[in-house]
Write a protein that binds this ligand. Structure first.
Ligand code: KIV
Length: 265
């Protein structure tokens, strides 16, 4: 598929059962390779606080950082859709969220903005989307709440928590979200949410049944000292970074990644 990817394309891919291959992207050099290798969605993630800036979490990332990195990625990308994270405390009120989302689009070149949280954000999602900016939700492990969650572990494990997650996901969809990232939740829970929603669900550590997969680029290139269980080193066995990224895209598309060993039950 060589056509430019939009939120409509993502929805059609869900409807047609075509898996959506996504990776984080932070600069022009890698973005060019990723776009050429067929990655459908480039996520300018606030994980750049850990991956590029060397922090233990994402909390020091600023809106200026996100605009800067979004601009580097959007400047060279021809096909993939670009989703940019709104960083910690940049969307604490609907009005603040709208102002910062607008900057990510107009200054950074983002096509979609991503925010972490559930039903409590429905007013914010509604306001941003009413102004013509698509929103991606993010549920499960939400790294901006790391101090409240208490660690980077698997989420929504109990039946009650899984039901809450479903409610939050429906509420985001109802408010106008165009897609949803589900991070570190049991495969069965992710499968139920994916079936429940009309919008595409992109998993990371959420099993094979999501509509698409996302990984942190530096994890899947084996550059992170401790590889998370849900990731895989695609550079190992490949001769180049381009080949590694292309293999990731192929494995997502033909359902050979993730395996049960990259997932939680
Ligand atoms: O910031 C990020 O890279 C993310 C992914 C882990 C989904 O939000």
């Amino acid at each position: 598929m060589n056509q430019k990817i939009t939120i409509n394309t993502l929805k059609e891919m869900k409807e047609e059962g075509i898996k959506i291959a996504c990776l984080t992207s932070y600069d022009a050099c890698f973005a060019k390779l990723q776009d050429k290798a067929g990655v459908d969605l480039l996520l300018v993630g606030d994980s750049l606080g850990m991956v590029l800036q060397g922090d233990d979490n994402t909390l020091k990332v600023t809106i200026s950082d996100m605009i800067y990195h979004s601009r580097l990625v959007s400047g060279v990308t021809q096909r993939a859709i670009i989703v940019s994270d709104m960083p910690f405390m940049s969307y604490s009120t609907p009005a603040q969220a709208l102002g910062n989302a607008a900057r990510l689009v107009s200054e950074g070149g983002a096509h979609v903005v991503k925010i972490e949280g559930g039903d409590e954000l429905s007013q914010t999602v509604r306001l941003i989307t009413q102004h013509g900016i698509p929103v991606c939700g993010h549920l499960g492990l939400t790294p901006q709440s790391i101090h409240q969650i208490g660690g980077f572990g698997v989420q929504a494990v109990s039946n009650k928590a899984a039901k809450e997650l479903e409610k939050d996901a429906l509420s985001l969809q109802e408010a106008g979200a165009s897609c949803l990232v589900l991070e570190c939740v049991p495969s069965s829970t992710a499968a139920s949410v994916t079936k429940l929603l009309d919008i595409p669900v992109i998993g990371i550590g959420a099993g094979i049944y999501c509509d698409g997969q996302v990984l942190v680029l530096h994890d899947m290139l084996g550059l992170t000292p401790k590889q998370p269980k849900f990731s895989k080193n695609f550079l190992s066995g490949n001769d180049s970074i381009f080949d590694a990224i292309e293999e990731y895209v192929n494995q997502v598309k033909n359902n050979s990644f993730p395996t049960p060993s990259n997932s939680y039950e």
